[in-house]
Design a protein around this ligand. Structure first.
Ligand code: SAH
Ligand code: DHB
Ligand code: MG
Length: 224
């Protein structure tokens, strides 16, 4: 019987899993240190969250990955590591300073051949990709501004094929989505409802511990 407070116990379980499955990794540590020193917000996925998206990309056999929200490239590196030799991640980021830091981190991790970071508002960049008729992605990871999630879902669907995966970070927000008290939690809840109800998708949210409880939405595209 464990008599810890529930949240403390969850944090200890998270560390337990992290110590087993996400051991010290020089490229990832350098990425976080450089990002912190450059003043980037510390809102990257957790080490276990990174392992999970990497594993899902590996299971999916993803060769083409789209990421919406690069920050310093921490999640990007996990996704790129799942790729085969000829695979590619295209990652979209609004903030030019973040992009510079991400490119350094990706190069340091030896992944610059596999990753293309595109600078700009994801909405415009996604519209451009649809316009140019870009080859569909096997996996899309949505992790930019939460207000944009419903639009990003629609664009992701247009850039997917049957069987593609669509992942979205921050689907639980410490439980903030249950009775939303701000616009961003409300939109996240609506996003979750559309994932649940959209006949084009088969989906679920996996709870993740990240200081507080958050979640990764995992959806499989069923139709064109
Ligand atoms: N995926 C990263 C974290 C991303 S944080 C990781 O886990 O390591 C969210 C990012 O989305 C921020 O860097 C922010 O600048 C970016 N962002 C916010 N609004 C955006 C928009 N409209 N278009 C593109 N990127 C955006
Ligand atoms: C926060 C966390 C995230 O993973 C993210 O993408 C954006 C913001 C946060 O904790 O504020
Ligand atoms: Mg996030």
């Amino acid at each position: 019987m464990n008599r810890d407070e529930p949240m403390e116990l969850l944090s200890r379980i998270d560390s337990y899993v992290e110590n087993l499955f996400a051991p010290a990794d020089p490229a990832l540590e350098t990425t976080l240190r450089r990002s912190r020193e450059a003043g980037l917000p510390e809102i990257n996925v957790s080490p276990n969250g990174g392992r999970l998206i990497q594993l899902l990309a590996e299971i999916a056999g993803a060769r083409r990955i789209l990421e919406i929200g690069t920050l310093g490239g921490y999640s990007t590196i996990h996704l790129a590591r799942a790729l085969p030799e000829d695979g590619v991640v295209i990652s979209l980021e609004l903030n030019e300073t973040y992009v510079e830091v991400a490119r350094e981190n990706i190069t340091e991790a030896g992944l610059e051949e596999k990753v293309e970071v595109r600078v700009g508002d994801a909405r415009a960049l996604l519209a451009g990709m649809v316009e140019e008729g870009i080859e569909p992605f096997d996996l899309t990871f949505i992790d930019a501004d939460k207000e944009g999630y419903p639009e990003y879902l629609e664009w992701s669907l247009r850039l997917s094929r049957p069987g593609s995966l669509i992942l979205a970070d921050n689907a639980i927000r410490g439980g903030g989505v249950i009775e939303p008290e701000d616009e961003s939690a409300r939109v996240t809840h609506e996003f979750n409802e559309s994932l649940a109800n959209d006949p084009r998708l088969s989906a679920l949210i996996l709870p993740l511990i990240r200081g507080r409880i958050d979640g990764l939405a995992v959806a499989r595209v069923l139709v064109d």
